[in-house]
Design a binder for this molecule. Structure first.
Ligand SMILES: [Ca+2]
Length: 151
């Protein structure tokens, strides 16, 4: 059985948009730094998902793909709901990649984000009051020159 084949099946199923999402046992990334290989897919999610996340929580993910200059990452976020606040001052997911830094909260999801190269840093932080169901996102690693995997 090919691990790559399973990953591709998962991607195809996700693109199909079916309710039946035959989710392979994806690694849910721990906080911290991760290196991905071409074609890989990982998941990140807020603590307790789909139950409400914790207050006073902070987690940073830094993901690097090699070779960084010929790859990019795509975020697919089927679920995204943080506490909504002006300028996302209360709870937020900060999505950073080279050339961009965005603060996401409420239902302003990073779904569909394409990074400029194979590097990103995501920081999820909540304050001392009011939580929400949070998020679950998939991060897909693509090569610029393999159009067949670019969905
Ligand atoms: Ca909050």
């Amino acid at each position: 059985m090919s691990a790559t084949g399973l990953l591709l099946l998962g991607v195809v199923a996700a693109v199909g948009g079916a309710n039946v999402f035959p989710e392979p046992r994806l690694d849910t990334l721990p906080c911290g730094t991760t290196t991905m290989n071409p074609g890989e897919r990982v998941a990140i999610q807020s603590p307790n998902f789909p139950q409400n996340y914790d207050t006073d929580y902070r987690c940073q993910y830094e993901i690097t793909c090699n070779p960084m200059e010929s790859t990019y990452l795509e975020f697919i976020c089927p679920s995204f709901e943080l506490e909504s606040s002006t300028d996302c001052l209360n709870d937020r997911l900060v999505v950073t990649y080279h050339g961009s830094r965005e603060e996401k909260c409420g239902t302003d999801s990073p779904d569909g984000t394409i990074t400029s190269d194979g590097w990103t840093r995501l920081t999820f932080a909540s304050n001392a009051a009011t939580t929400a169901p949070g998020f679950r996102c998939y991060i897909c690693h693509h090569h610029y020159n393999t159009a067949d995997t670019h969905v």
